[in-house]
Design a protein around this ligand. Structure first.
Ligand code: SF4
Length: 346
């Protein structure tokens, strides 16, 4: 008796990856799901299920729900270190902001291929649809992604298979090409109809998109990259700080981050590292981090910013804690003028 073919489906969390995995699963293939944690899908350490405060990451809960609807088991793999290295200098550049979509897909596919070999599997599955997205899903980009990832001929895109040359698993009869689809272009209608046919009525929307596609994040990231020493690698702590709070850059180089709500304040305290930390005393207000704790200007600016965003009445000085290198000082500060804050805001 011939063995059941094994395929590894990349589950991104979107409807297309769900449908692609489900279509192949329904053809009788043993489909296993895999999701890569780039370090940008949630706050908290990459590759973990829960954050430092014991809450399951919404992104993890979402991809698990998607895999369950595709009826495939799911493995989540941390690729953040490789991703951070690639992000500083992506071979194919960025999309509309700092999203290196082509390099990202190549990286994920290379990692998937490694895992496929470990599983002694036959082919890979993605939910890509030709012509759906301008940068990464046009035909030339799909070919390039396939070639550069080393997945040529074993990468099946079930939703667009009929628009593409038959792949090895189709030619060898591991999957019936007639049961695959010919979707292309930007319309989502065929996907919606297929979802309805498969009884997937209420698929969840992704919990937040990729932060790299956001303009505000791109602005902060590019500012950060300018300051990064050539030999220094990007870390999870850098990325977490870039995602939190209001950011200010002072002329002499200090970076100040001021929390916008309680959740961000908790995270900023968690990711303070060797930066200076400011906390309000006796009134509600934000936490701030200062990148250069020895710099008096940076410290003064941050104290004024915390006073400004605190709940203290305007014009009233605020009592604050300044903590650095295990030493705590209690200081008073008045709110910084609005123009000063605006001038330094990133
Ligand atoms: S949007 Fe983000 S996760 Fe998606 S391909 Fe682009 S970089 Fe990768």
């Amino acid at each position: 008796m011939s063995r059941t073919p094994i395929a590894l489906a990349l589950i991104s969390g979107g409807l297309d990856s769900l449908l692609a995995a489900r279509v192949v699963h329904d053809c009788g293939v043993d489909v296993r799901g895999i999701t890569f944690d780039s370090g940008f899908f949630h706050l908290g350490k990459p590759g973990t299920r829960e954050d430092e405060f014991g809450r399951v990451h919404p992104w993890v809960a979402h991809v698990e729900a998607v895999a369950a609807q595709a009826r495939v088991p799911l493995e989540i793999v941390d690729v953040s270190n490789d991703f951070y290295r690639m992000l500083l200098n992506p071979a194919y550049g960025y999309g509309s902001h700092v999203n290196p979509c082509i390099d990202c897909k190549i990286l994920f596919l290379r990692k998937a291929l490694e895992r496929l070999r470990e599983l002694q599997g036959d082919f890979l599955i993605t939910g890509e649809v030709t012509g759906q997205r301008p940068m990464s899903q046009n035909r030339t980009a799909l070919d390039c992604i396939e070639r550069r990832s080393g997945c040529h001929d074993i990468l099946l895109r079930p939703l667009s298979a009929l628009c593409l040359e038959p792949t090895k698993p189709e030619r060898e009869g591991l999957i019936d090409r007639q049961r695959l689809l010919g979707f292309s272009g930007r319309t989502r209608k065929p996907q919606m109809e297929l979802a309805a046919r498969l009884g997937i009525q209420e698929y969840a929307q992704p919990a937040g998109g990729c932060v790299l596609t956001e303009e505000a994040f791109a602005h902060r990231f590019l500012d950060f990259r300018k300051e990064l020493q050539p030999e220094r690698e990007l870390t999870h702590v850098d990325i977490t700080r870039l995602r939190l709070g209001r950011h200010f850059r002072l002329a002499q180089g200090s970076k100040i981050i001021v929390g916008r709500n309680e959740i961000e304040n908790d995270w900023l305290e968690q990711y303070c590292g060797n930066w200076g930390l400011i906390r309000p005393l006796e009134c509600k207000g934000p936490v701030a981090l200062v990148s250069t704790p020895g710099d008096e200007t940076g410290k003064r600016f941050a104290l004024g910013a915390v006073a400004r965003y605190s709940d203290a009445p305007r014009g009233q000085s605020v009592q604050l804690e300044w903590i650095h290198a295990g030493v705590t000082e209690v200081l008073w500060a008045a709110a910084s003028p609005e123009e000063e804050l605006i001038a330094a805001r990133l």
